[in-house]
Design a protein around this ligand. Structure first.
Ligand code: SF4
Length: 73
């Protein structure tokens, strides 16, 4: 078993200003209304510091990093 970290967004809280996409364009792009679309799958290890920063800087705390358990194949 290994633990993977995924980025999640609370679409109720998010106000769609797009700061997260500026901080982490590798994993977040914006839809036509300015709301984030997250890349599928776990956060690559080298992007974890940037993902953490995006989570901390979200003005409405809508972004989170969550652990998802996965079976090693
Ligand atoms: S920074 Fe937060 S509020 Fe702004 S678009 Fe990203 S998730 Fe939404």
């Amino acid at each position: 078993m290994t633990q993977r970290l995924n980025l999640t967004v609370d679409r109720i809280k998010c106000d769609g200003r797009g700061l997260c996409a500026e901080l982490l364009p590798e994993l977040i792009r914006l839809d036509d209304w300015g709301y984030p679309i997250l890349a599928a799958g776990p956060i690559p290890e080298h992007l974890l510091p940037l993902a953490q920063r995006a989570v901390e800087d979200c003005p409405v705390l809508a972004l989170a990093i969550r652990r998802a358990e996965a079976v090693k194949g």
